[in-house]
Design a protein. Structure first.
Length: 155
């Protein structure tokens, strides 16, 4: 089957269906994927390889159950830096990657510089992570915490 992508490289309906199906179930076999999107196995597999090669799919991973792992406490820490020049940002970015309790880190345009999603077993452990790890990151001026009461949608 010919590639139905437009000349500007946009994804067609089959590519979008492949991505949607894999987001729902990344462990789906190519046989099941091809049946679900309405293509035979060989063209479906070729499209999947192409989507991976072109960077539309970064990889596949397991989604862990935080409750089973004893990591039910989620907090979002707003971080304000003392400086935002390139060297300061690079230094902060590299240091934050080394803290395993930080699940996500986003640079923000607004009243603070970074938003961190932090997962710990409980509030006591969060307080330790905030006080001993996050607050001592390079160029941190101040932090503010928002504690999650209930997660409605994640991932």
């Amino acid at each position: 089957m010919p590639d139905d992508r437009s000349s500007n490289g946009e994804l067609d309906q089959f590519d979008r269906k492949i991505l949607e199906a894999l987001v729902a179930d990344g462990r789906m076999s190519v046989t099941d994927l091809s049946a679900r999107i309405g293509l035979s196995k060989t063209p479906c597999q070729a499209r999947l390889r192409k989507l991976i090669a072109e960077g539309y799919i970064d990889g596949f991973r397991a989604i862990l159950n935080p409750a089973r792992l004893g990591l039910e406490h989620v907090a979002f820490a707003e971080v304000k830096l003392t400086a935002t020049h390139d060297a300061a940002l690079r230094s902060f970015n590299e240091a934050v990657k080394k803290i395993r309790e930080i699940e996500e880190c986003h640079m923000i345009a607004g009243r603070f510089d970074y938003l961190l999603k932090v997962r710990t077993p409980d509030i006591r452990r969060y307080r330790l992570v905030l006080g001993e790890k996050i607050s001592s990151l390079p160029f941190v001026a101040s932090t503010s915490t928002n504690v999650v009461m209930e997660s409605i949608k994640e991932n």
